[in-house]
Design a protein around this ligand. Sequence first.
Ligand SMILES: [Zn+2]
Length: 382
Amino acid sequence: MLDEKSAKIALGLFSHYYAKTDLQVSKINEREFGFGNFEKKIDFRHQSFKDVSALKKYLVEKTPAFASYSSSLYQYPEGRPMEKKLWKGSNLIFDLDANDLNLECQKVHGRSWVCQNCLDSVKREAIKLIEEFLVPDFGFSKDEIKINFSGNRGYHINVYNDEIFTLNSQARKAITDYIAGTNMSIEKFFPTMGQRATRLTGPKDTDYGWGGKLANAMIGAIEKGVDALIALGIDPVIARRLYNNKARVISGIKSGNWDMVRIPKKAEFWANVMKRMAIAQRDSIDKNVTNDIYHLIRIPGTLHGDTGLAGKAIASVAQLESFDPMKEAIAFRQGVMKIHADNVPSFAMHGEDYGPYSNQDIELPVYAAMYLVLKRVAKPIE
Ligand SMILES: [Zn+2]
């Protein structure tokens, strides 16, 4: 629970931010809106606005802790139940969250705190989703892909494409299953697997889709060296054997021959390596958000009630690479604030290092103080 005093200070800052910020929401009168408090991100929904200034007035005067809208467009966005809204279509949306990555650092700092490793890891996933799947496998152009920081520890990747727009939930699920490598059968890629005294044929690096992805990942690991092979779960002795025969093994894979060096129980061996790669790629494709056309997602530019950071739009993949949310998504740029900090790990904001703090009174810039208050690890004093 966020205490009453903290909530009041936070909402005052939120209201002030909305008063001086111009949001951009396309087709606003065809979208459903939902709002939440500090305990519940969507407390009520089925709202609509005729234009951006009506939304702005609402945010300044009613000031919710979380503001979300539909990526779907409707004839009657206020209609309820959902069927009465008359669905027109929706962009394809992926909600990537560091908490889905099962990172080691989270075992140390817990799931509500966000460290630099969390932010870097989820950024890599976002880039991977775009550059290894959406562009090469589905043929979307980078102009059709819009990226938003979520305001906390993730990114929303939106695909705007006419053919995608009217796909139903089932068709969207087929896309996420492909990307997550769900139900992928290893035998499909290795047709002679399990047959005795037969050469093991497998995917080539030029194959379309997962086959090519697997072959390329294997070639990449062999080129990188023994450690990269061990990281794929390969026994060190065999990793060295593969690496020492690098040129032969790579040219073998390129011609579909996965039998260039002696490997005991080769069928199981390659099956294990492939599974490991598929899972490494699967990570954080959040299937529910993508497949659920009725899902509401943070409005770009609005504030996140657990951080006070803004859901910033990021112009391109190149900009994503250098995007630093703890700097560029800062909303409350003025003033300082006194807080009592509980146990706070060290963190960086706006290029400054803060903490660690342990049960002490401190004065911080408002953005850093509010970040800790909204993360529930500090309370305002005086
Ligand atoms: Zn972390």
